[in-house]
Design a protein around this ligand. Sequence first.
Ligand code: GLN
Length: 307
Amino acid sequence: STSVDYQKILNQINQEFIDQPRSGKVASYIPELAKVPSSKYGMHLYDLDGNNYCFGDSKERFSIQSISKVFTLSLAMKVMGDKLWNRVGVEPSGDPFNSLSQLENDSGIPRNPFINAGALVVADVLVSSFSNPKAALLTFLHEITGNQEIAFDPVVAASEQSKGYRNYAIVNYLKSFGNIENDVEDVLDFYFHQCSISMSCKELANAFIIFANNGTTIESEREFLTGRQVKRVNALMQTCGFYDEAGEFSFEVGLPGKSGVGGGIVAVHPDRFAVAVWSPPLNPKGNSALGMASLERLTTLTGFSIF
Ligand code: GLN
């Protein structure tokens, strides 16, 4: 269905960047993440015909961090429907991912589900909805990927918890407005675990193909989200997936996507492909510097952005 040679383009991107000095800094506020070598670099593209294209460290697992917010949002939309939007907004915040600053004026309703405050409300929804929310999240991931090996990294979860002062502050602040139903410890335990999930670029591209395919997996052809729900998740990735750099990502790359402080970025071209890239050093907005540059080259070289 395409005349573009994805493997050739991925090889070209790898060649352009592999020997360049890395700009940015590996996240260190989560002590375990600081141990990851800054030289790691990989990319994987999975298209709607089921073809796989990749280079570099694309099969090595890393901490997906905020990329997990797309999975938890999807699950919360399934279990709560449109009532979810009474608890969390859908507007870009223009502020850093871990900001508390808009919560006071917005009476504890976070601007969107991808800043930490919004993701913590989504976590609270899942803690309320399932007797074992961690198992429910993994089951969802196992079902959309057909891969039973995807798991939490308890060392990373404990590491983040040990320094999680800001997320503790956010949950407590949200609870003071009545927008957290559960014990703050239970919400944070779930949140630190979702962020600790380890996946490779290959596994992420496989998981995100449902967002390129109207909510349906391409191998098992199971519908996990409706077309309407996928439209909404992709719209939120486009406008909020990169926090105060969402405009820049749209401008440079032109795809819905989501980043994490582990250095991963996943992006989706509806009706064409899902692509994941990993390079740990982050720019000042907390997004993988080389990941963004690589995706800019991908959409430029293929001509496939959504714009
Ligand atoms: N677990 C991280 C945090 O809450 C996730 C942040 C991110 O990946 N942007 O700080």
